[in-house]
Each structure stands twice: as structure tokens, then as C-alpha cells.
Write a protein that binds this ligand. Structure first.
Ligand SMILES: Nc1ncnc2c1ncn2[C@@H]1O[C@H](COP(=O)(O)OP(=O)(O)OP(=O)(O)O)[C@@H](O)[C@H]1O
Ligand SMILES: [Mg+2]
Length: 371
């Protein structure tokens, strides 16, 4: 699935603008504050109805107006489609979002199967490497649904049963339910927990070798690896149920379930030590990039589906040799958009297969410069 264009109406700095993406590499260039990151964000928002940068979607509406809209045109090899997401703000309350495909309104955003897959590199995404385990779990689960769309259901089912069990623990604590009722949920929780862990383990297995290789190629001197560290060692439902039961007293004291895949970790390690704690800034950046490239390779291999890579400010801290390697890797296949202040930082940016978009401060997105 290819993204052909993005059209913005009152999205951040853009009053009205449209950008046509190239089939392979598109380089978005312009000075600081020109609107490069905004453009990448618009592509993401148009595809997923979410911002990769902020949870407060009101920020996306151009200053001084109350509504915005992004339209992304995609080509899925058989047909062209138009995905649109609009946001209307009213007073201080929640913004109202309207999502549509080919003009027909949708209740909720498209599943990843029905829209382009996306992969984002941006300086604030370093949190994925540095931040709390929950971020990496969520990222891993998204990768699992990208690889095997039907398996996304395992995560939703686990979350549902966990919430039920937690609610019941709360009721037992206040004396409005008996602790015997909890064990009824344990088996269900065990079933979905094992399914979820198996999916996560299989996904990390696919990533492992290529992550280490990508990191090495990007010039990381130390040996990097990804490791899935499940909370539970259970292989059978009975074992998981026993683990839960052994912790029942603690769960009742806390009022929530302390054991299970919602406490798993996807560890990124540098020679045996956690990169989030011991990695340098540069190593963490390289690790993030290597992780995204490894995921891309896995999606290509498993699904023949490459994500659209949105790479914001990726080149500035790479040396010229790594820039060459990255540009070559991205040009090999699939679609990517790179934002940079300096066109010279993107090797081959002047070549015919590269689309260049110049962004200038203000509202208008420049035309692609002729080769
Ligand atoms: N809702 C909004 N309405 C109008 N302008 C906005 C809005 N949100 C952000 N901006 C402006 O967008 C500009 C930043 O744009 P953006 O982050 O895309 O720049 P950039 O080209 O990526 O710059 P850099 O090279 O520094 O990363 C800022 O000047 C900011 O004030
Ligand atoms: Mg930027």
C-alpha cells in the first residue's frame, strides 16, 4: 500500500497545503520551524487518526481556528482510497473527531490491515528505548498486530479479562464479593496470557538477528540485542493458574493483578546490560533506528508489506558513511519520508528517484524541485 499524497487544511502551520509523496524516498527539507515535523505528523494522523507527538489533539488545529482536516490518498495496488480525519474543537471540551474512508464515515480508526503501516523515528521517540517498559510492550504489541493482524485480538482479550479480574479483586477487598469467585477468571486469564506471550515471543524471535545486524551496520560499536522477558515462565494454563494463585494474597492486598504479561519487558541490551540505563545517547538513537529497520525487514519477510518510514531528523547525528548506508537501505524498497534541515545530509537526495519537498515557514508547502 502506497501513500500518494497528504492534504492539510488548518493543520498546525498549514492553512491549506498538499504534498505528493514519491514512490520511494521523499526528502522534506527546510529551515528550523518551517513545518517539516508537522508534515510528517499530518501523514501519520491522516492514516491512523492519532498523533505520534501528542495526546492533546487540540494542539493540531492551527492557531486561531476551530477545525482542521487531513486527507491521505493511498493506493493499495488494486484501488485508490481516500482516508480523511477531521477535528472540530468546541470551547474547552473534547475535540470531536470525524474519520472517513472514501467519504463514508467510520466509527473508529481503520485497523492496521486496512491502512498503510507506519514506522516513526523522531528525537522524542527515544523514549521508546529510554522510557518505562509499558511503552515497549505497547510497541511490541503493535508490531505483533502488524505482522499477524488477527492476533491483535489476543492482546485485547487479555486486557479485557485482566480488567474483569482486577475489578473483582477490588470487590473482594471491600467485602462485596468472595475470593472464591476470582479463580473463575484465572483460567481465562491464563488462556489469553499464554496466547499473548507466545505472540510476543515469536515476534521478538523474528527481530533478534536482524536487530543486532542493523545496529552493527549503523556503526554501533557495542553488541546490541533485544530480549523478550516475560513475567511468567508458565508453558501450560495450569502453571499460569498456579502462579496466579500463589500470588492471590498479594493481589488482594494491592487490589490488582501483579503477575502476567502486562508486566513483561522487551529489553534492549548492550553487552548484557540494559541500554535504557547504561546506553549513551548515541547508542540509544542507533538502537531505536536499528529496531525500526529490523521490524521493517521482518514485516517484509513475513507479510510482504513494508511500513511507510517517517524519519524525522535522523541524519544529523550519523556520520557520512552511516548516512550512505541508511539512504541505501531505505532506497532499496518501500516508501520513506525523511525530514532534514539540510538536503546535503541525505546522500543521493539530488537523484531522480528521490522526491524533494521544500517546506517554508508559514502555510504553503513548496513544490517538488525538479531533478
Ligand atoms: N497548532 C498550531 N498552529 C500554528 N502553528 C503551530 C501549531 N502547532 C505548532 N505550530 C508551529 O509549528 C512550528 C514548528 O513546526 P515543525 O515542528 O514542523 O518545524 P520543523 O520544520 O520540524 O523544525 P525543526 O527543523 O526545528 O525540527 C513552530 O513554529 C510552532 O509554533
Ligand atoms: Mg522538526
Amino acid at each position: 500500500m502506497r501513500v500518494l499524497s497528504v492534504q492539510m487544511r488548518d493543520f498546525r502551520t498549514y492553512a491549506r497545503a498538499e504534498a505528493q509523496l514519491g514512490p520511494s524516498l521523499t526528502v522534506v527539507h527546510g529551515p528550523n520551524g518551517a513545518g517539516k515535523s508537522n508534515l510528517l505528523e499530518a501523514i501519520y494522523f491522516g492514516c491512523t487518526a492519532r498523533s505520534p507527538r501528542t495526546r492533546n489533539e487540540r494542539e493540531l488545529v492551527r492557531f486561531g481556528v476551530s477545525a482542521m482536516r487531513v486527507v491521505v490518498r493511498v493506493d493499495d495496488e488494486r484501488q485508490r482510497h481516500e482516508l480523511s480525519v477531521g477535528l472540530q474543537t468546541r470551547g474547552e471540551g473534547r475535540a470531536e473527531k470525524v474519520i472517513a474512508v472514501d467519504g463514508a464515515p467510520l466509527e473508529r480508526p481503520l485497523e492496521s490491515e486496512q491502512r498503510p503501516l507506519l514506522s516513526v523515528f523522531a528525537p522524542d521517540r527515544l523514549e521508546l528505548v529510554k522510557g518505562a517498559p509499558a511503552l515497549r510492550r505497547a510497541h511490541l504489541d503493535q508490531f505483533v498486530s502488524g505482522l499477524w493482524p488477527v492476533r491483535g485480538a489476543a492482546r485485547r482479550e487479555y486486557a479485557r479479562v485482566l480488567a474483569q479480574r482486577n475489578a473483582l479483586l477490588g470487590r473482594v477487598r471491600t467485602g462485596s464479593a468472595s475470593s472464591a469467585t476470582i479463580s473463575a477468571w484465572d483460567r481465562e486469564l491464563a488462556r489469553s496470557a499464554l496466547a499473548l506471550s507466545a505472540d510476543r515471543a515469536a515476534a521478538v524471535e523474528l527481530l533478534g538477528g536482524s536487530f543486532a545486524r542493523q545496529a552493527r551496520q549503523l556503526g554501533c560499536q557495542a553488541e546490541l540485542a533485544v530480549e523478550y522477558r516475560p513475567r511468567s515462565r508458565a508453558r501450560e494454563e495450569d502453571e499460569f493458574v498456579a502462579e496466579l494463585q500463589a500470588r492471590l494474597r498479594a493481589d488482594l492486598e494491592r487490589g490488582y493483578t501483579g503477575h502476567g504479561p502486562h508486566r513483561d519487558e522487551l529489553a534492549i541490551v548492550r553487552e548484557g546490560r540494559e541500554l535504557r540505563v547504561f546506553g549513551s545517547q548515541g547508542e540509544q538513537r542507533l538502537a531505536l533506528l536499528a529496531l525500526l529497520l529490523a521490524e521493517r525487514a521482518a514485516l517484509e519477510q513475513e507479510r510482504r508489506r513494508l511500513p511507510l518510514m517517517l524519519l524525522d531528523d535522523v541524519m544529523s547525528e550519523l556520520d557520512s558513511e552511516r548516512r550512505e548506508l541508511l539512504a541505501a537501505e531505505l532506497s532499496r524498497d518501500g516508501q520513506s519520508v525523511i525530514a532534514t534541515t539540510d538536503l546535503a545530509h541525505v546522500p543521493g537526495a539530488g537523484e531522480a528517484h528521490v522526491t524533494r519537498l521544500r517546506v517554508s515557514p508559514g502555510t504553503v508547502l513548496g513544490e517538488a524541485v525538479a531533478a
